[in-house]
Design a protein around this ligand. Structure first.
Ligand code: P6P
Length: 349
């Protein structure tokens, strides 16, 4: 825009959105135990996500799609990008001496990080699903990275222990996801609200495209794999029929992408609920508490929503195993209340 009098360019009336780097610096004092370590940790996740994003976008072009002829600890076929993403995040986090331990969906045991002086001086542990929904890779559908950050509980300077990872979700200091979709967005919280940063791949810069994210007042989209309906508990079946009934603001719309980060992101933007209940074939559910449900739950609650296992706030579940699975209901608070009501009523009949 130029000034007709001086014919000089005047500052564009629309300011350039804040970059992720600027946001981290501007808000560092908000981060618990603001020692700069958490800032460097979030910066490392941002960097690793750019590398993964580049390869996800090339998936159809190079021989990197298709199964890696490997089965991970979950008994799931590992896709080549799963392995690439896992190695990328682990190496990025390990080489910068910003964490004392890492747990990943792709690795049976946690990884202790000693630092170059062997000192185990760092304060944080990260739990990560490096490429969630990887079965979507070969059909060009969205996939995501989900991460959860805790402050260690065992003494600083000693090797990290399993107890450092088995903390309830309400002890998280930060949590987030990266959604590799039509664009790539990193959404995270450090306990002071939720912000989304969209990557400009040409510049390699994330811009604060979604400031102070909140669920819409009302939600009318339910997201569940209805193919498993027959295996659901009665209360969940009752809730699905409630969503489909022609009454009040219903029937709701049904949407399901098959990648938690994508299905949750839609719920957060448009309003809705995501459901992955326990089933007759998976009696403790499918989703993992520590690196899928807890981080998503922290974001949901920070954005005014709720996350439950059907009877209890997810972030109060005391973990007992690294790859523990839980039933998961997450989204608009009112919708989570409704599914909990249906579950309670069914258990009383
Ligand atoms: P289903 C992906 O494998 C994942 O862990 C989540 O991202 C997703 O929400 C869920 O499983 C999909 O599971 O059984 O519907 O294919």
């Amino acid at each position: 825009m130029s000034n007709p009098k001086t014919n000089r360019l005047t500052p564009n009336s629309k300011p350039t959105p804040q970059t992720l780097g600027e946001f981290l610096i501007d808000n560092q004092s908000d981060f618990p135990f603001a020692s700069g370590e958490l800032t460097r940790l979030l910066n490392s996740i941002r960097l690793a996500a750019k590398v993964v994003n580049h390869n996800v976008n090339q998936a159809g072009l190079v021989d990197i799609t298709g199964a890696a002829q490997n089965i991970n600890v979950q008994g799931e076929e590992q896709m080549k990008l799963d392995v690439f993403a896992d190695v990328t995040f682990i190496n990025t986090l390990t080489n910068r001496e910003i964490v004392c331990g890492i747990a990943s969906e792709e690795n049976e045991d946690f990884i202790a990080v000693a630092g170059s002086d062997g000192g185990h001086k760092q304060h944080y542990v990260v739990l990560i699903d490096p490429l969630d929904g990887s079965s979507n890779i070969d059909i060009n559908a969205p996939v995501g990275t989900i991460f959860s950050i805790y402050r260690r509980t065992s003494p600083q300077g000693t090797p990290v222990k399993l107890e450092d990872f088995l903390q309830p979700g309400n002890m998280q200091v930060a949590a987030g996801y990266v959604l590799y979709g039509t664009s790539t967005i990193m959404v995270f919280t450090t306990g002071n609200g939720v912000n989304g940063f969209t990557l400009n791949p040409a510049l390699g810069t994330y811009y604060r495209s979604h400031p102070d994210m909140r669920f819409p007042e009302k939600g009318n989209i339910y997201s569940v794999n209805e193919g498993k309906y027959a295996t659901f508990p009665q209360g969940v079946k009752d809730y699905i029929k409630y969503c489909q009934k022609e009454e009040d603001d219903r029937p709701y719309t049904s949407r399901y992408i098959g990648a938690l980060a994508a299905d949750f992101h839609r719920s957060l933007i448009k309003g809705g609920i995501f459901l992955y209940p326990e089933t007759s074939t998976a009696p403790t559910g499918k989703l993992r508490l520590l690196y899928e449900c807890n981080p998503i739950a922290m974001i949901a609650e920070q954005a005014g929503g709720k996350a439950s296992n059907g009877t209890q706030r997810i972030m109060e579940v005391k973990p007992t195993e690294l790859h523990q699975r839980v039933p998961f209901f997450c989204g608009n608070a009112e919708m989570v209340d409704d599914v909990e009501r249906c579950i309670a009523e069914a258990s009383n009949t």
